[in-house]
Design a protein around this ligand. Structure first.
Ligand SMILES: *Cc1c(COP(=O)(O)O)cnc(C)c1O
Length: 453
C-alpha cells in the first residue's frame, strides 16, 4: 500500500547465521528425559529419528550457527522478507504508537514454515535420508516440507489431522502437487492410529496423534527420518533468520521495538522473531516487552501446567518440560489449525517461566475481527493463526492511546490466509463456535502427566 514503507534488505544481506538463544539464557533449559528411565536423553536416543546435524543443533551452546550455502541460496527466492510500517493501521486506530510488521507470507507456501523445512531437508539429504515422515495440522507445515523435499528429492509422507484433511482440501492438493503423500490421521497405517480408530472410528484427530503416527513409521527404517515443524530447539533456531533480518530492518527504519508480538502454536514463528531481540536484552540489557498470543480454546501458556510431558498422544517422544494441557487433551476444532497443540516449545515455556515473556489468550471472533480490520487497512489477509498476533498488536496500540505513551510495536505476520478463506466465510456468516476452553477435559488430561521423581 502506498502509505507503507518497505524495509527491504539487499539480497546479499540475508543473515549468514541463525541465532541460538541457548548461549545467552540466564538459566539453562531443563533437559529432555527418556520416557522409560527418566534420565536425560542423549544423541543416540534421537539418532533413529533425526540426522546427526540436527541433533547437534538441538543441544548446541554456540551462539551463531552458520546457514549452509545451499540453504541460503534457496532462501533467496523469498528472503529477505519485507518489514512494513503499518501507517494506515496506526491512523485507523488513532494511536500514538508506531506499528511495524514482518511479513512471512511471501514464501512459496505462504508462511514462515519453509525457513526450517528447507534447512531440515538439506541436512537429511546430506546424511542419506531417502524418506521423511511428518505430521501437519491445517497443512502449512506439510505443504512447506513437501516443497523442501521436492527441491532435495526426498520422498515424504504427511499425516494430516483428519478435521483439516476434510475441511482444507487445498493444502492437501499442494502437497500432492509437490509429490508428497498426504494421509488423514488417525489412519490405519500405524498401530497408534488403528488403536484410536478402534475405540472411536469418527475421531477427528489432533497434532499429538499425527506426531505419534509419523514417528512410528520413521522408527521402522534406517533411511526414513522424522521431521517436526515446530517446538524443538533446532526448529526455533532456523526461524531466527526472521528476527536477525528484522534487527537490521528496524535499524534501517531508525527505530527499535519496545514491544514484540507473535502468535504461538508450538512457538516457532514467535521464537523466530523474538529470540534475536531477547538475546540483545540478555547481553546488552536492551529492554523489550514480549507478548505471546494464543487461542482461548487451546491456552497452553496462559492455563497450562509447566511440567514434564510427552510431545505426542501415543507417548512415543522423550519427555520435555513445557507448558502443557496434557498430551491426551483434544483441542476443539477451531479454524486456527496451527495453534491446536497441547504443549508449547520447551524454550518458549522456559522463557515464560523465568518472566522474560508474557502471554495472552484471545477468542476466535475477536481475532477474525482484527484480521478483517487489518486486511481493510493494510491489504493483506492474515492467516487465522496470524490474526492472534494482529489482535495482540492492536490491543497494545490501543493501550498506548489510552495512556498516551508512543511505543514502537513490532509483530510477526507469519502467513497469509488465502487457503483459509472458509474460516473468514464462517466468521462473516456468524458460524464460528464460541471458544470453549474445556477446563475439566484439561484437568483430566493433566491427571495423566508422567510422574517425575
Ligand atoms: C504453523 C503455523 C503457526 C503455528 O506454529 P508456530 O510454531 O507456533 O509458529 C502459526 N501461524 C502460521 C501461519 C502457521 O503456518
Amino acid at each position: 500500500m502506498s502509505d507503507n514503507i518497505k524495509y527491504l534488505l539487499e539480497e546479499d544481506k540475508i543473515p549468514k547465521t541463525w541465532y541460538n538463544i541457548s548461549a545467552d539464557l540466564p538459566k539453562p533449559l531443563a533437559p529432555p528425559l527418556h520416557p522409560g528411565t527418566h534420565k536425560p536423553v542423549g544423541p543416540d536416543d534421537l539418532a533413529p529419528l533425526f540426522p546427526m546435524a540436527l541433533i547437534g543443533q538441538e543441544v548446541s551452546q554456540e551462539r551463531e550457527i552458520e546457514i549452509p550455502g545451499p540453504v541460503r541460496e534457496i532462501y533467496k527466492q523469498w528472503r529477505p522478507s519485507p518489514l512494513f510500517r503499518a501507517r494506515k493501521l496506526e491512523k485507523n486506530l488513532d494511536t500514538p504508537a508506531k506499528i511495524y510488521y514482518k511479513y512471512e507470507g511471501v514464501s512459496p507456501t505462504g508462511s514462515h514454515k519453509p525457513n526450517t523445512a528447507v534447512a531440515q531437508a538439506f541436512y537429511n539429504k546430506e546424511e542419506g535420508t531417502k524418506k521423511i515422515t511428518t505430521e501437519t495440522g491445517a497443512g502449512q507445515w506439510g505443504s512447506s516440507l513437501a516443497l523442501a523435499c521436492s527441491i532435495f528429492k526426498i520422498e515424504l509422507d504427511v499425516y494430516m489431522v483428519r478435521v483439516s484433511f476434510d475441511q482444507k482440501p487445498y493444502r492437501k492438493m499442494i502437497m500432492q502437487t509437490y509429490g508428497a503423500k498426504c494421509i488423514a490421521s488417525p489412519s490405519n497405517e500405524t498401530n497408534t492410529g488403528k488403536a484410536i480408530l478402534k475405540k472411536d472410528p469418527n475421531n477427528t484427530g489432533s497434532l499429538g496423534i499425527a506426531i505419534s503416527e509419523a514417528i512410528e513409521i520413521a522408527a521402522q527404517s534406517e533411511t526414513t527420518k522424522y521431521s517436526l515443524g515446530s517446538v524443538l530447539n533446532h526448529v526455533l533456531m532456523h526461524q531466527t533468520v526472521v528476527g536477525n533480518e528484522s534487527i537490521i530492518q528496524m535499524e534501517m527504519a531508525g527505530d527499535y521495538p519496545d514491544i514484540l508480538i507473535g502468535c504461538t502454536g508450538g512457538g516457532s514463528n514467535f521464537a523466530g522473531l523474538i529470540f534475536p531481540f531477547l538475546g540483545k536484552k540478555f547481553r546488552e540489557k536492551k529492554e523489550v516487552k514480549v507478548i505471546a498470543c494464543e487461542p482461548k480454546s487451546c491456552p497452553s501458556l496462559t492455563k497450562g501446567k509447566y511440567a514434564y510431558d510427552f510431545g505426542d498422544t501415543g507417548n512415543l517422544t522423550p519427555l520435555v518440560k513445557m507448558h502443557t494441557l496434557g498430551s491426551s487433551f483434544m483441542p476443539p476444532a477451531t479454524h486456527s489449525g496451527g495453534l491446536r497443540y497441547h504443549g508449547m516449545a520447551p524454550m518458549v515455556s522456559h522463557l515464560k517461566d523465568i518472566g522474560a515473556i508474557e502471554a495472552k489468550a484471545f477468542g476466535q471472533k475477536e481475532c477474525f475481527e482484527a484480521g478483517v480490520k487489518f486486511a481493510n487497512v493494510e491489504g493483506i489477509v492474515p492467516a487465522p493463526e496470524a490474526t492472534h498476533a494482529v489482535k495482540g498488536a492492536i490491543d497494545a496500540a490501543l493501550e498506548c492511546k489510552k495512556n498516551g505513551k508512543p511505543k514502537t510495536i513490532l509483530f510477526n505476520l507469519c502467513g497469509h490466509g488465502h487457503f483459509d478463506m472458509q474460516a473468514y466465510g464462517d466468521y462473516f456468516d456468524n458460524k464460528l463456535a464460541e471458544d470453549d476452553y474445556n477446563e475439566s477435559a484439561v484437568n483430566k488430561a493433566l491427571e495423566n502427566l508422567p510422574k517425575i521423581a
